[in-house]
Design a protein around this ligand. Structure first.
Ligand SMILES: *[C@@H]1O[C@H](CO)[C@@H](O)[C@H](O)[C@H]1NC(C)=O
Ligand SMILES: *[C@@H]1O[C@H](CO)[C@@H](O)[C@H](O)[C@H]1NC(C)=O
Ligand SMILES: *[C@@H]1O[C@H](CO)[C@@H](O)[C@H](O)[C@H]1NC(C)=O
Length: 205
């Protein structure tokens, strides 16, 4: 699932234009993302970047043995890597070109939101990263500091939750219909009937 060199260079130009502020960010060792699910055909599956467009990948579960290990490795950028639940960006390196001419362009995981759905699609692309965290058990979650299912009050700074609202669903983020990782917005069931509940874990490479 390599992208064409021409579109790759276009992507590179985009990267050079978008200057992302980075301060004291530590990049983790590489890891794989592995699913846990009650459904045995998803349980233990790796999440592998799957082509959605130029320099754009979703995360597709695969039970095939990983042939290209580097291609399936992610990393974590955090400015507070030592916290019990650090927060930061899930990253991946887009490879452009082959062999000794290959260059690697860092890309974050971003959510593609759909105004008409409560299902967002995590993409590896350019744009505003969606902050994620990894708990002591290596489970990937999203931190919530406010519970809007209850009456809100600015003075209540006591709330914290580590949310795992991950699903695997049939999605079409751009041109292709794949089974991909998805994130449910809010605590309602995903409206997409294909969604199956999963948990996402990091497994060090
Ligand atoms: C398990 O997952 C596979 C792949 O998504 C799906 O085809 C199958 O229907 C699922 N089984 C159950 C019992 O949900
Ligand atoms: C991760 O951090 C490294 C080192 O600061 C940086 O070069 C890279 O661009 C970052 N990756 C992402 C996806 O932000
Ligand atoms: C915050 O949480 C602590 C410990 O659970 C509790 O004792 C305290 O009353 C809470 N404060 C507020 C403002 O809810």
């Amino acid at each position: 699932m390599r992208i064409l060199t021409t579109t790759g260079f276009l992507a590179l130009a985009v990267v050079q234009v978008i200057v992302v502020a980075q301060f004291n960010v530590a990049q983790s060792a590489p890891f794989y993302l592995v699913l846990k699910s009650r459904n045995s055909s998803l349980n233990g599956a790796y999440l592998s970047p799957c082509h959605e467009g130029a320099a754009e990948n979703a995360l597709c579960p695969t039970k095939e043995p990983l042939t290209d290990l580097t291609y399936n490795q992610f990393y974590y950028n955090s400015s507070v890597p030592d916290a019990q639940y650090p927060y930061g960006t899930l990253g991946w390196n887009l490879q452009i070109g082959e062999g000794s001419n290959a260059i690697h362009v860092p890309q974050p995981m971003i959510f593609q939101y759909n105004d008409a759905s409560n299902v967002a699609v995590p993409l590896i692309f350019f744009g505003n990263p969606t902050s994620v965290e990894f708990g002591p058990d290596n489970r990937m979650t999203i931190f919530s500091f406010r519970d809007d299912t209850k009456p809100l009050s600015l003075g209540n700074t006591n709330y914290s939750a580590h949310l795992s609202r991950w699903y695997v669903c049939d999605t079409i983020p751009s041109w292709y219909l794949y089974q991909t990782l998805a994130g449910a917005m809010g605590n309602a069931k995903p409206q997409n009937p294909s969604c199956q509940k999963v948990e996402v874990y990091r497994k060090w490479a």
